[in-house]
Design a protein around this ligand. Structure first.
Ligand code: HDE
Length: 704
């Protein structure tokens, strides 16, 4: 039988594409680049050992229809490498996305610290920031109800500083020894392997209901903080109290906060659920698209500084990570700005292999005795050893400090360095110019420690309800309702009634009205007795800084508007509206029944960004529907068009429409309100698009 050799001859040998930024990248050809590697101007495909490959389409066979030969080292090398492409995903925060950027200091903290990154105003420090969800696996969706990781690796002139934080300023537990239990409880249940990336199941709420210290965090977790609209619109927090150390050896306590320039914004729960289906990569794509478009997201870095004496006067313990320091008590001081301006070249090499450790600190910053932080100081280095395979992960380019690294640590798996000389110890007299310790090196705060040794939880950690209540009472009415609705949703998924009852018993210690709203929506005829506690909630003044709605900015900047059009849409109306959207700083996407182009009423062509069925309104902050009456008649029979409108309305978004759009609104059951405006009234649309129509919520949903 005649055999034909399959070849790739028809494939283009060179692809004309925009050149990615290759700075900081290891060259792919690390050999001597000899003549063999160039043929007719084409870079030769090689094995990992630099041998040019003659045929990458066919494995070596005994004869054309015979067995493959063991001798085929090219096949075996390629497949073996492929077989080992994955490394273990992170046990928590497995799903993430990251970008490069820069930190610039705007106000010096010289009085408090020697750390140059916090004292040299104007200094630009390169950095890499990774955002993540906590509970889901690497392939889970971007929008579950979950805490978001906010980890920043700053390559300072004095070594790396990793500020490994979250988008919520408090945590579930007080002591690191409970972390494996918390994570085992929230991750998929081990006998069934589900649910993925969801806290709405029995084991999570069982653990939480038996862990009163988690109540403050639960208020945050059930709030819209866990449903960010964009990673660009969330705050970041170092959570723990850290210390700054100045040249005189004096120390000051510090908390770190990242404040987004775009302000805070969240999605609604129903929206987040639908986004997970329509675009599981919603946040990753949003970050990619905005950085690619030059809309660089930015955050202010702010600090709260306080002394031992200040701390002694707080009505909570600053070493307890289930507590925050209200801004009204210790104001925030903005000291610098982070801008993310470059997408990684390679997801695996950078985003996957980046290894954050809270122990990476430059001199001038130090830890506090927070028992949660103290446990983390062990965990991160330990986890990198198994995730990245050995002790030399600091040599991977994304992890490598951008200052010289000199010490006598040697060898180990995947050692990339080739140290010279016979000396690998210190002190020594044989290498007088070898690395030595220096007075400018890392110092620990000389704190006095005293007390009784033991496995003892401090009495000052005993109040679990005051800040939970303070958080709840600080929220706007719609935000309080969302917390109640989230608790009802989550606890309704819990199969064991005693767990539901235990949670409502805790809520009674937080806020009686909240307990009643949740209890009655869970079908409880009578509420369980309040959870027993020796430290009931104290009244604390509300802190409006804890709201999202109150911290939304009066802007459309960084947001996106979806404009639904079809052939024959009114050209003047469409173009006017697009102009107004751009002027307001937002992006727009043109959605139409088909991709390609639509022909507007003046016969001009408009490029389509998304096909209707694949581009639902959940992707946008506001929508406009501008369609001719003839097209409206067609779209009335299209479920995707009706859902587009119904969801936009149900998610409290502004809707602009013309007469054709009006027909769709009617079919979708939209009752006009202040957020439903004529497409000709651009100003009214832009104003309405900057917020959500909170008054509408009670009309479209039965809320607890
Ligand atoms: Fe983590 N955490 N964590 N965590 N954490 C990890 O390290 C751990 C905690 C946070 O984008 C792991 O590299 C313990 C608080 C972020 O790569 C692991 C405790 C906060 C990330 C680990 C905590 C965080 C991690 C898993 C309780 C907010 C993702 C993979 C004492 C301040 C970093 C890894 C990235 C990742 C342990 C609690 C934030 C296992 C033991 C509190 C943002 O080392």
């Amino acid at each position: 039988m005649a055999t034909k050799k399959s070849t790739a001859a028809s494939l283009p040998t060179k692809v004309a594409a925009a050149k990615p930024d290759r700075s900081g990248e290891l060259p792919t050809d690390v050999g001597n680049g000899g003549e063999l590697h160039q043929h007719d101007g084409v870079t030769a495909l090689t094995t990992n050992h630099g041998v040019a490959i003659g045929d990458d389409q066919n494995s070596l066979r005994a004869h054309p229809r015979g067995p493959t030969l063991l001798e085929d080292f090219i096949l075996r090398e390629k497949i073996t490498h492929f077989d080992h492409e994955r490394i273990p995903e992170r046990i928590v925060h497995a799903r993430g996305t990251a970008a490069h950027g820069v930190f610039e200091l705007t106000a010096s903290l010289e009085k408090y610290t020697t750390a140059k990154i916090l004292t040299e105003v104007g200094e630009q420090t390169p950095l890499f920031t990774r955002f993540s969800t906590v509970a889901g696996g690497a392939g889970s969706s971007d929008t579950p109800r979950d805490v978001r990781g906010f980890a920043v690796k700053m390559y300072t002139k004095e070594g790396n500083w990793d500020l490994v934080g979250n988008n919520i300023p408090v945590f579930f537990i007080q002591d690191a020894i409970k972390f494996p239990d918390l994570i085992h409880a929230v991750k998929m249940e081990p006998d069934r392997g589900f649910p993925q990336a969801a806290s709405a199941h029995d084991t999570f709420w069982d653990f939480i209901s038996l862990t009163p210290e988690s109540m403050h965090m639960i208020m945050w977790a059930m709030s819209d903080r866990t449903l960010p609209r964009s990673l660009r619109m969330m705050e970041g927090f170092g959570i723990h109290t850290f210390r700054l150390l100045n040249a005189k050896g004096e120390s000051t306590f510090v908390k770190f906060h990242w404040r987004p320039s775009l302000g805070l914004q969240s999605t609604l729960w129903d929206e987040a659920v639908k986004i997970a289906g329509a675009d599981p990569d919603f946040h990753r794509r949003d970050m990619f698209e905005n950085i690619s478009a030059g809309n660089f997201p930015a955050w202010d870095l702010a600090v709260q500084l306080f002394t031992e004496d200040d701390a002694a006067a707080f009505p909570f313990d600053h070493l307890d990570s289930t507590k925050l320091i209200p801004e009204e008590l210790v104001p925030l001081k903005v000291i610098g700005r982070m801008t993310l301006n470059r997408w990684p070249n390679n997801f695996f090499a950078e985003t996957e292999q980046v290894a954050f450790c809270p122990t990476h600190l430059p001199p001038g910053i130090d830890f506090s005795n927070d028992p949660l932080l103290q446990g983390r100081l062990h965990s991160y280095l330990d986890t990198q050893l198994s995730r990245l395979g050995g002790t030399n992960f600091h040599q991977i380019p994304i992890n490598a400090a951008k200052v010289p690294v000199n010490n006598n640590q040697r060898d180990g798996h995947m050692q990339m360095n080739q140290p010279v000389g016979r000396v690998a110890y210190e002190p020594n007299s044989l290498m007088v110019d070898g690395p030595r310790e220096t007075a400018k090196g890392f110092r620990s705060v000389a704190a006095e420690e005293g007390g009784t040794r033991g496995r003892i939880r401090s009495e000052t950690f005993a109040d679990h309800y005051s800040q939970a209540r303070q958080f709840f009472l600080s929220q706007t009415a719609p935000e309080q309702t969302h917390i109640a609705a989230a608790l009802v949703f989550e606890l309704s998924k819990v199969e064991h009634p005693h767990i539901r009852a235990a949670m409502v018993a805790h809520l009674r210690q937080i806020d009686e009205t909240l307990a009643q709203r949740v209890g009655s929506a869970l079908g409880m005829k009578t509420l369980p007795a309040p959870a027993p506690t020796g430290t009931p909630a104290e009244a604390r003044p509300p802190s409006p800084a804890l709201q999202i709605i109150g911290n939304m900015k009066d802007t459309l900047e960084g947001r996106a508007v979806g404009v639904l059009v079809a052939d024959g849409s009114d050209a003047a109306l469409v173009n006017d509206l697009l102009g107004a959207i751009s002027k307001a700083g937002a992006a727009f996407k043109i959605i139409a029944p088909h991709v390609g182009e639509v022909m507007l009423s003046d016969k001009s062509a408009l490029q389509v960004d998304g096909q209707l069925a694949g581009t639902p309104s959940i992707m946008f902050d506001a929508v406009a529907i501008i369609v001719s009456s003839a097209q409206a008649a067609v779209l009335l029979k299209e479920a995707a068009a009706i859902d587009f409108v119904r969801d936009a309305f149900g998610h409290l978004k502004a809707i602009a429409h013309d007469a054709g759009g009006q027909a769709l609104l009617e079919k979708a059951g939209v009752e006009p309100d202040a957020g439903v405006v004529s497409a000709a009234d651009k100003a009214a649309f832009i104003a309405a698009a900057k917020t959500r129509q909170w008054e509408r919520e009670a009309k479209v949903r039965n809320l607890p």
